[in-house]
Design a protein around this ligand. Structure first.
Ligand code: BTN
Length: 253
């Protein structure tokens, strides 16, 4: 195994050379009572999962990690954590690239460089339908050395963007530091500053988009986020619609 990442308190890293999925392991640890700020890291995943049941290519050389949280909040608020994590990814990439790489956020929680996906987030939680969550797992994958070539949305990697030779552990250290700041900000000040910062680095704001839902596709202009993080879409007649979950695509230039 390459060097296990060392993170400062309050983090505690649980490291694997290979595992099915760091999200699955974080969920198992949650069920065993492991505390907030446990971070599961794996050099490679055998069954890495993306959103909507997709597979997530997880070779050694990329970052695969899952943050276990015991946030004590309700599910609606937990979803806002993924926006904070996307901002942490943007900041971590900026720090690693010493300002040369400007990543942007794509709704709901992808991170792009040059319009191509470099990182994704998979949020999973458990708890009573009403009341505080028992746990929340924020799984994060970053294409550090490699990116898939056959995805519906084009992908890239830090290496392909000129940041070669970076170890996944270095990316995790930068991400954990940035995540700590954004999480604290969200918990201290609420979603408003996170929303504002996210809009400041949003990809495609004001542009025409197609939003794929489970059974339909909506077309319109991406106007922004509502106060809870739903996508605000303007239709051809100037009507506004809020979209809570879906996949955004941009027309080819
Ligand atoms: C997506 O964009 O579809 C989300 C991708 C999330 C991938 C990460 S890699 C670490 C964690 N473990 C998983 O199985 N998935 C997430």
């Amino acid at each position: 195994m390459t060097t296990t990442p060392a993170l400062p308190p309050p983090y505690r890293v649980v490291a694997f050379e290979a595992i099915d999925s760091t999200n699955e392991e974080a969920k198992r640890l949650a069920a065993q009572g492991h505390p907030d700020s446990t971070v599961v890291w794996a050099e490679r995943q055998l069954k890495g999962r993306g959103r909507r049941g997709r597979a997530w290519a997880s070779p050694a050389g990329n970052l695969h990690c899952s943050f276990l949280l015991r946030p004590g909040c309700e599910i609606a608020r937990a979803a806002q954590m993924s926006f904070a994590m996307a901002l942490a990814l943007v900041d971590a990439i900026a720090a690693l690239g010493e300002g040369r790489l400007a990543a942007r956020c794509k709704w709901p929680n992808d991170v792009l460089i040059g319009g191509r996906k470099v990182a994704g987030i998979l949020l999973e939680s458990a708890g009573a339908t009403m009341g505080p969550l028992d746990w929340l797992v924020i799984g994060t994958g970053v294409n550090v050395a490699y990116h898939p070539k056959d995805t519906a949305f084009p992908a890239t990697s830090l290496a392909a963007e000129g940041l070669a030779g970076v170890a996944p552990a270095e990316v995790l250290v930068a991400l954990a530091a940035a995540w700590r700041e954004w999480r604290e900000r969200l918990e201290r000040e609420g979603f408003a500053p996170v929303r504002a910062a996210w809009l400041g680095v949003a990809h495609g704001l004001g542009e025409d988009v197609a939003v794929r839902l489970d059974n339909a596709t909506l077309n319109g202009r991406f106007l922004g986020l509502d106060a809870d993080g739903a996508l605000v879409l303007e239709d051809a007649h100037g009507g506004r619609r809020l979209v809570a979950a879906g996949e955004v695509y941009f027309p080819a230039p």
